[in-house]
Write a protein that binds this ligand. Sequence first.
Ligand code: S3P
Length: 427
Amino acid sequence: MLKEFSKISRVDGLLNLPGDKSISHRAVMFSAMAEGTSTIENLSNAEDVRSTINCFKGLGCSFKSDGGRLKVSGKGFKGFNKPSLPLDAGNSGTTTRLLCGLLSMQDFESYIVGDSSLSKRPMKRVMEPLNLMGGSFKATEKFTLPLTVFPAYKPKAIQYIMPIASAQVKSAILIAGLHLEEETVVREMVQTRNHTETLLGLNCVKGEGYTDIYSSKSNYPIPGEYFVPSDISTASFFIVLTLLAGNNSQLTIKNISLNSSRTGLLEILKSMGARIEITNEDKKMGEPFGDVTVYSSSLKNIDIPSELIPNIIDEIPILAVAGVFAEGDFKISGAEELRYKESDRINAICSNMKLLGLNVNETEDGFVISGQINTSDALFESYDDHRIAMAFGIMSSLLEDGGRIHDFDCVAISNPNFLNQLGSIIP
Ligand code: S3P
């Protein structure tokens, strides 16, 4: 679908957004693993989370909507059924990589498939540490999907130093570790999102410049009542729009996840001059949340500290949009991981920004954007990547003559109601 946006004059309103996608994947997975019934409130309605649910249906779990909650009947320790069909992870890297950890410790063989974007994404990063734990896989020559997961031979706990900053890889190892008596230890040199640790209550010990995270069978999930705070990555598009829309724009978004491994965008925007206020803070199952109110503000670009990159990894497309409207050049580096997302996001952002007549210098691990917008007919590509589509939807809503985006439907991967939500905050 080609989607057209006109310039908006102002933002005003209140948003309630669905649950965080990362927390939702884990709430579904841990509920499915636990023996008995768990409930999940404010679960994400993202297609990615639907993919996780479908995979667990294939493993014998049942799901039932109960008012605003999802009821999950979990199968217990090694209680999953051998799937009779391939497990389809759709577009979701989190589903695939976390499942690799879980399935490698089951007593049956399984087969994971995905869409064309997911089938290009690297799986070696998760296969290597799981191989050290006894896990065994067959992927393509390029270490991509489709992937056969064989039962681990002589499974064993490991001590693993993370060679890249990846919450998905970290989580896969920790989830595999839940099946072993001995403790598995993952050492993380740079903090990535910690929802796996938080929801499972894992022991995390901070050293100088690293954190060690411990998992063993004693941490295997039991049934729970999950509350999923609203998705800060989904909120980021509306936050940046409000900041840039001018005319005394203001927006409150309720119950946003405020986990410190995810709030880097808010910190960076505040340092750029954004007026952002947080109220009604609370915490459930270790996950903090609160209401975020944003006011239109003048922004100035700053140096973005490289240790914050994993924290803002999903927000860089929309941060780049903020950077274009801020004073000074926008610069990001140390973000090579962006090349391995749903699209090569460095290339996708740079190509779209060039269409606006901006000066763009693309490097291996980032880019610099300078100059002035100089076009009256912006036609962007989504690269079938939900975050690129939404970032350039917001960009289009800020352009004097509006803009259009090819293949906009992919936004449903994380937020099927993006357009309705946007419509509801434009007076
Ligand atoms: C996620 C981790 C991040 C993030 C992805 C969700 C997760 O990926 O980009 O959208 O839920 O663990 P990496 O761990 O590969 O960086």
